[in-house]
Design a protein around this ligand. Structure first.
Ligand code: FBT
Ligand code: ZN
Length: 259
């Protein structure tokens, strides 16, 4: 099936032949706060999204993607560790069956119940997203941790639409949404060179992981967990634990934008 993402159980760890041969910059990783290196030359991240570029929500059988019109430079990020501006293509989440796990990255080995990924591609250097996915500086993904707390008003508009994309390969129109409401106000972030965390796992991502999590409540996390990996008519499999296991840091340094 197209877009069929397989998700790796723990035993597909680094010693398993199915890990990416020769992979030296795989994601996700544990961010050991004390080992991250403050880089005073890192700029603030500039985020400018046009809410009307929002198109639809799609359950692709791995996560639910909120996709954007990336035919122009209306929704972009720039600055931070980036040498070019990058266009917003989609955002999606990874989450667990329980609140004790679910994020892909960890901070000092702590898991969060979920993690948001805002996926951008380098339209300055590459003609399409598909080509950018194959290049070392092709993608920039902003990662935001979700922690259990107060209801997130901005997320609720998205949560209310999820029952319409319960099954794999269902889509619902989603006309106006400003993803900036999901990004914490604190400017602090970590950044490192990594990869996609789903196939093709290509080493094309500049990761920008926000230090401050956003708060969501139990009902909002439960709404994620009622989605299905399976199509309508198939035996139901709840969409949970759609995160990849931690990967070795190897010869990488995680930089911080803060002291
Ligand atoms: N998880 S991730 O952010 O690495 C990611 C991408 F960047 C691009 C496509 C799918 C996907 F899952
Ligand atoms: Zn992701």
């Amino acid at each position: 099936a197209t877009g069929m993402y397989c998700y790796y159980f723990f035993y597909f760890s680094v010693h398993h032949p199915l890990t990416i041969p020769g992979g030296t910059r795989q994601s996700p990783i544990n961010i050991q706060w004390r080992d991250s290196v403050y880089d005073p030359f890192l700029k603030p991240l500039k985020i400018s999204y046009d809410p009307t570029t929002c198109l639809h929500i799609w359950n692709n059988g791995y996560s639910f993607l909120v996709e954007f019109d990336d035919s122009t430079d209306r929704s972009i990020i720039d600055g931070g560790p980036l040498e070019n501006q990058y266009r917003l293509k989609q955002f999606h989440f990874h989450w667990g069956a329980m609140n004790d796990w679910g994020s892909e990255h960890t901070v000092d080995c702590k898991f969060y119940p979920a993690e948001l990924h805002l996926v951008h591609w380098n339209a300055v250097l590459y003609p399409t997203f598909e080509e950018a996915v194959m290049e070392g500086n092709g993608l920039a993904v902003i990662g935001v941790f979700l922690k259990l707390g107060a209801c997130h008003e901005g997320l609720q508009t998205l949560v209310d639409a999820l029952p319409a994309v319960k099954h794999k390969d269902t889509v619902i129109e989603f006309d106006v949404f400003d993803p900036s409401c999901l990004i914490p106000s604190c400017p602090d972030y970590w950044t490192y060179a990594g990869s996609l965390t789903t196939p093709p796992l290509t080493e094309s991502v500049t990761w920008i992981i926000k230090k401050q999590p956003i708060e969501v409540d139990e009902n909002q996390l439960e709404a994620f967990r009622m989605l299905l990996f399976t199509s309508d008519g198939e035996e139901e499999k709840r969409m949970v634990d759609n995160f990849r296991p931690l990967q070795p840091l190897m010869n990488r340094t995680v930089r911080s934008s803060f002291q």
